[in-house]
Design a binder for this molecule. Structure first.
Ligand code: ZN
Ligand code: FE
Length: 757
């Protein structure tokens, strides 16, 4: 009888792959074994007829379980051993060198959801119910192979009932590592802010507390949320006050898709994403206003329940939507460990905690749609640790930039972006990054990096950490990395990139952010940028876009005229400054004498300055706020065709804005389109000059639907190919993927070190 040994790689552990193999092996009368390997791959040995082996291999490819990703199947002829039956063997630690990875955390499946509310089911109302098709994965794993003893479930030995299901090849929980029930698994408990236990059923009591306007910290899958009734504006306002979070939008978790429809408009693409196993936060167009939840924006971030605890809370609750925001102090990592909840005593009234450790902190992911295109803003739970395929194979790490940080590890021809890390200016966040890198490195079985890639900003903590890591470190300019992120996703090796962004360190030491770059084999160039203007007071010091406005206007206007214009058109912006008039005087002087007024080409800050000029936003309390509100203000506007002059981008733009009698909405709308066309036309010209047929867009401003769709239209009209990313985050959360790709191009000798720094 013929016999073969099969090695399968991809996402094949923790997804019900071995039971699946078992079933198809038995179906085709094959004998042998299947086992998990230490590199996250699976080894199969089968003996039987040639015909059956062939059928088995075909099924392996075509009928794999929904969460599995089969990347490679390697079949090797071996000598028959004459085994009598097919069985699942214990995992072995061998392997290595493969391209397998554990799956991401998966939302509760429909079967488990049904059982959760079935009074006859042993796991009725048990919040930790899961099966092979759903539940936590990445968030609970410490090391490979993916076995219970290598996860946070190690502390919960299975009871007889669970063990039976676990061992039954016909059961949905066959070899499901996180399987447990009320008698053997983890439990929730509810405590008040003094640490005292609240009597009663924890989840039922929590629902009551939320319904009566309290703020509760809830431990979930990847960390703690802070929750309150999203329809209770007093509770929402109180949460903002306690967090010191003035206007940054909160995400809401909504009871059901039907209830989502009452809050917001949903396209079919958005609905598909909302209900997907990833269950990200999806930014939707508001239908009604939830007071204080997402002030001043036309969108609201919505997600559906994704774990048993969420469904049970809604079951006991009269609320249809909860604010569900990551429990963190501004700029700090999300609360993860029970031992540290006391730090949140001033924020939450109560704490709903459970006794299962969260091994890997992972925030909710955030996406938005531009028509049918998914735009990833924060790539974390549900996505990580799935890789992105790359054209260039090596072993390395890309450290990302500073804000919205995530790192990427490169192994072979795959880029593995890590989870959302946050603002790495803080030491606590850097500590989180260090820990997350170590974990991912372990899961990928990497000892050493060939290359470490960092942002060219010399003072970023991530740059410093990268420099300490090993021998060869490559610096990649921020906006080249943004553009390369699109190229990575689309496997391109040449593209003209429009990098529209807030701020990034430029190779001339200035602050870049409105760039056209070309990347092609043998040549990387900064082709055009928004003419430099100054940011009086510096970028980080300034949360007042009036400062940027003064800097912008000073490129073509004398001081007295700026003063007159601001007083007559947006005097409220002066009053909004902490030191009012006096401060306005200082800003004018700083600009005039160019003292403490760094130069920038940022489009993000330019949009901020338009927002303040149009009296849409006077403050930036979170990154992107004025520009996002400008986009919201432009929604539904009409184009009055602003004409921008080739070599006078800023002055012609502002002349049009200042002289128009149109409504704020139409002006905001027209400004967006004019800027988009200007960039696109410029990029098209560069593409023609360089003989490149691809034009792409990335950077933080590329979340703006108006600007991106107009760029796309202009590029297509010119007969060129347009690209933007749908998997790699366009903002700084995606920087490390671009860095990783540039690292590969560099190692292949395609780009020159000096042109990319
Ligand atoms: Zn399930
Ligand atoms: Fe950026």
């Amino acid at each position: 009888m013929p016999a073969v040994k099969v090695h399968v790689s991809g996402v094949v552990q923790g997804v019900g792959f071995r039971p699946f193999v078992y079933r198809i092996a038995v179906q085709h009368s094959l004998r042998g074994y299947v086992k998990n390997l230490g590199d996250a791959g699976v080894e199969i040995w089968i003996e039987g007829t040639d015909e059956n082996i062939e059928k088995f291999i075909a099924d392996l490819k075509n009928r794999a379980p929904p969460l599995a990703r089969v990347e490679h199947i390697n079949v090797e002829k071996v000598r028959e051993t004459g085994v009598a039956k097919f069985q699942i063997l214990p995992s072995s630690n061998g392997g290595g060198g493969g391209d397998s990875i554990v799956p991401p955390d998966v939302a509760l499946c429909d079967d488990c959801l049904r059982e959760l509310f079935d009074p006859t089911n042993p796991r009725y109302m048990y919040p930790f119910i899961v099966c092979t098709n759903c539940g936590p994965r990445f968030s609970i794993i410490e090391s490979l192979p993916y076995d219970r003893e290598n996860t946070a479930m190690r502390e919960f030995p299975m009871c007889e009932f669970c063990d039976e299901e676990y061992k039954d090849p016909l059961n949905r929980r066959y070899h499901a590592e996180p399987v447990c029930c009320d008698s053997c698994g983890p439990h929730y408990s509810l405590i008040d802010s003094s640490g005292a236990a609240v009597p009663g059923e924890p989840l039922k009591e929590t629902a009551k507390l939320l319904d009566s306007g309290h703020i509760v910290a809830i431990k979930g899958i990847g960390g703690f949320h802070l929750a309150c009734d999203a329809f209770n504006s007093e509770a929402v306002r109180e949460l903002r006050r306690r967090l010191g979070r003035e206007a940054q939008p909160f995400a809401v978790m909504v009871r059901s898709i039907e209830e989502v429809r009452k809050l917001a408009y949903i396209t079919e693409h958005e609905e598909k994403e909302l209900v997907s196993y990833r269950r990200p936060i999806v930014l939707l167009r508001k239908k009604i206003e939830l007071d204080g939840v997402a002030p001043g924006l036309h969108t609201i971030g919505v997600m559906l329940p994704y774990a048993g605890v969420h469904y049970i809370l809604f079951h006991h609750s009269s609320a249809n939507a909860y604010v569900m925001t990551s429990a963190n102090y501004p700029g700090m990592p999300m609360l993860r460990d029970n031992e540290r909840i006391s730090e949140f005593r001033d924020i939450a009234d109560y704490f709903l905690v459970h006794n299962r450790r969260i091994v890997n902190r992972i925030d909710d992911s955030v996406v938005r749609f531009h028509g049918s295109r998914r735009v990833v803003i924060r790539r974390s739970r549900g996505f990580v640790p799935l890789p992105i395929s790359s054209k260039y194979a090596y072993v390395g790490i890309a450290m990302g930039a500073e804000l919205m940080n995530s790192f990427s590890i490169i192994k072979g021809s795959k880029i593995y972006p890590g989870q959302y890390i946050g603002d790495t200016a803080k030491v606590e966040v850097m500590e989180f990054q260090r820990e997350a890198i170590e974990r991912m490195r372990g899961l990928l079985g990497i000892d050493d990096y060939e290359l470490v890639i960092v942002d060219s900003h010399p003072l970023y903590n991530t740059t410093r950490a990268g420099l300490e890591m090993s021998k060869e470190v490559l610096k990649v300019q921020h906006h080249i990395a943004h553009v390369a992120g699109v190229m990575a996703e689309r496997a391109l090796d040449e593209m003209v990139g429009i990098a529209i962004d807030a701020v990034g360190y430029g190779s001339d030491g200035k602050i870049w952010g409105g760039e056209i770059v070309s990347i092609a084999p043998g040549s990387v160039r900064r082709e055009w940028h928004i003419p430099y203007y100054s940011l009086p007071g510096g970028d980080l010091a300034s949360h007042y876009p009036l400062r940027a406005l003064v800097g912008v206007l000073s490129t073509f206007m004398p001081e007295e005229e700026i003063e007159r214009l601001v007083r007559s058109r947006c005097a409220g912006a002066i009053t909004a400054l902490p030191h009012g008039e006096t401060e306005f005087g200082v800003i004018l002087r700083q600009t005039e004498i160019r003292r403490n007024a760094p130069q920038t080409s940022s489009l993000g800050r330019l949009l901020d300055s338009i927002a303040v000029f149009l009296n849409i936003a006077y403050r930036r309390t979170y990154e992107g706020e004025p520009a996002m509100k400008l986009e919201s203000a432009a929604m539904g506007g009409k184009d009055i065709h602003f004409k921008l002059r080739e070599d006078e981008f800023i002055s012609s733009l502002f002349e049009e804005i200042m002289s128009s009698n149109a409504s704020v909405r139409d002006i905001a709308y027209s400004a967006h389109l004019a800027i988009a066309r200007f960039f696109a036309e410029r990029a098209v010209r560069v593409a023609e000059e360089r003989g490149i047929e691809n034009v792409g867009v990335s950077g933080g401003v590329a979340y703006n639907a108006l600007i991106v769709s107009e760029i796309e239209k202009t590029v297509n009209d010119a007969g060129l190919k347009f690209y933007s990313s749908e998997e790699v985050p366009r903002g700084d959360n995606g920087i490390s993927v671009g860095q990783a790709y540039v690292g590969g191009m560099y190692l292949e000798g395609i780009v020159n070190k000096n042109e990319i720094k």
